[in-house]
Every structure is written in structure tokens, then in C-alpha cells.
Design a binder for this molecule. Structure first.
Ligand code: DQA
Length: 141
């Protein structure tokens, strides 16, 4: 059975409540339930943290697992700042797909730069929560 880990970074625990005009009205918990139902043949694990070090620890913990096909990572604002998360992605074996709900390139200039894109397998941004599904499809393909 394929296994995929979704990691969400800071403030993404507030999906559904936070800036719904940008991030939508669906909570991540509801979305994870729906995506699990859509992919009954895939084990989908979910982890969220608001703390940079916790995200790095999770990447270290799961990033060498032979049974893990890929990691879908929305690092939130750490995307734009975290050399440490980039180094962690570079260090691990499991491929990481960078995901954003919003189209970061159509937003403020500070969001146009990603510290992690260059060390990820690919980048998906701007498709709302469907960005996660598209990343899963990319990992499974
Ligand atoms: C985000 C975009 C980031 O710029 C922002 O800081 C987030 C969410 C997105 O999913 O669109 O927290 O990663």
C-alpha cells in the first residue's frame, strides 16, 4: 500500500477560519477525511506544527522510511524564510512536493521567493486545497 505524509506548517491549523477569501472555508481536518475517502488504497498521514524545529524533526523522523512514497509539504510562511527546512529536505531520502493553497506568485513580493523549491521534487501552488490532491497524484504517478 502506498503511503503519503502531508505536513502543514504555521497557521495552517486555522484553515477554514483564517482569511477564507484566500484559503477557503474548509478545515484541513474535513479535507483530510475527504481525501482519505478518495484514496482508499493510499495510507495518508497528516501532521501540522506551528514550530520550525518540529517540522524539521518530522522530516527527519519520516524522511528515511522505505515505505513512504512521498511527503506533501506546505511550509506556510517558513517557505519564504527557512534555510533550515531546506537543509532538512535536502538531507532526507523521501521526495518532497512543495504545495501552496494560494498562488504565491500573484501575492506580495515577499511570497515570490521560496527557500525550499530548489530542493523539492516539484511545486504546486494556486489550486486551493486541490493543490494537495495534485501533489498526491504527482507522487503516485
Ligand atoms: C501558503 C502561502 C504562504 O505565503 C503563507 O505564508 C501561508 C500559506 C499557501 O498555502 O498559500 O501560510 O503556504
Amino acid at each position: 500500500m502506498a503511503r503519503i505524509l502531508i505536513i502543514n506548517g504555521p497557521n495552517l491549523n486555522l484553515l477554514g477560519v483564517r482569511e477564507p477569501d484566500i484559503y477557503g472555508k474548509v478545515t484541513m481536518e474535513d479535507y483530510i477525511e475527504a481525501i482519505k475517502a478518495d484514496y482508499p488504497h493510499v495510507e495518508i498521514d497528516y501532521y501540522q506544527s506551528n514550530h520550525e524545529g518540529d517540522i524539521i524533526d518530522k522530516l527527519h523522523e519520516d524522511g528515511f522510511a522505505n515505505d513512504l512514497n512521498g511527503i506533501v509539504l506546505n511550509a506556510g510562511a517558513y517557505t519564504h524564510t527557512s534555510l533550515a527546512i531546506a537543509d532538512a529536505i535536502k538531507a532526507i531520502k523521501v521526495p518532497v512536493v512543495e504545495v501552496h493553497i494560494s498562488n504565491v506568485h500573484s501575492r506580495e513580493a515577499v511570497r515570490h521567493t521560496s527557500m525550499i523549491s530548489g530542493v523539492c521534487r516539484g511545486v504546486i501552488a494556486g489550486f486551493g486545497l486541490d493543490s494537495y490532491r495534485l501533489a498526491i497524484e504527482a507522487i503516485l504517478s
